[in-house]
Structures are given as C-alpha cells and as structure tokens.
Design a protein around this ligand. Sequence first.
Ligand code: SF4
Length: 157
Amino acid sequence: MLTTADAALGWARKRSLWPMFFGLACCAFEMMAAAGSRWDMARFGMEVMRPSPRQADMIIVSGTLTWKMAPALRRLYDQMAEPKWVLAMGSCAISGGTFAQSYSVVPGVNRIIPVDVYIPGCPPRPEGLYHGLIKLHEKIQQQGYLKGNIGLPRLHQ
Ligand code: SF4
C-alpha cells in the first residue's frame, strides 16, 4: 500500500516540475528552442518557466559559467524550494568545455551546486535536453516521495 502510494506520488512529482532557465551562453539557444512549440515541453508537465527561484524546483544551467557569475548561481539555487534538482546542459556547464583552462571559467557547475543530470554536447540539441529530462524523471521516480528528502535540506558541496 505504502509502496503504491509512493510510486503514485513520485509520478505526480516528476510530472509537475517547475523549471527555471539559467542560460549563460550558446547552449541557451538550444534550451529556448526546446521550450518552443515544435518540441512542446507541456507534454512533460512543465510548460510554465519560472522567472523566480522561489517558484522553481528545477534549474537548467546551460552554457559557460564564469567565476564572476558563480555567486549568483549559488544564490539562486539556495533560494529554490526543496526538494530541487539541477540539469547541467552542454560541455561548458559539465566541465568548462573548450574554456576549461581559462582563468575566468568554472570547470563544471558541480563545483558550485550539486548536479543531478549531465547533458553532453556542444551544444546538445533539444532532443538531448529532453533525454536528460527523461533521465531526471527516472531519478525522481526512484527517489520516491515518502522516502525522499522532502523537507530536509541537501548536503551542499
Ligand atoms: S558547450 Fe558549446 S555551445 Fe554550449 S556554451 Fe559551451 S561552447 Fe557554447
């Protein structure tokens, strides 16, 4: 009974994410394309993009994160509601990409906030972003609702 309820609640949670876009560079254009009518994000129950971190529980970081911008990303993440999830979209977000050796670029957003799903590519196409979203759905479903981390703050890196 509890397992069935957990599965149902996990399904409801994964199908009602409130995303916040954090576009930083060229990858952001593919992210914006993915939000358009051609790919129809509404199928995933997340058609409304939130402009405020306080109304979001998922953030898509797309593009090159600089050290100068890193505190802003951390502040936005801290303001998001728990439980929350992070997608790192593109080589730059994953590891710094082409600019990994640069003095000004963070070599991976996981140095600043915990990442749940990595979406490789330079840039990843919208299909890649949707693949990452499906992987995140699987992760949320496995985490469950009752046994999940609801109400508990995450351990920060
Ligand atoms: S991964 Fe490629 S497309 Fe994406 S921000 Fe970096 S250089 Fe631009």
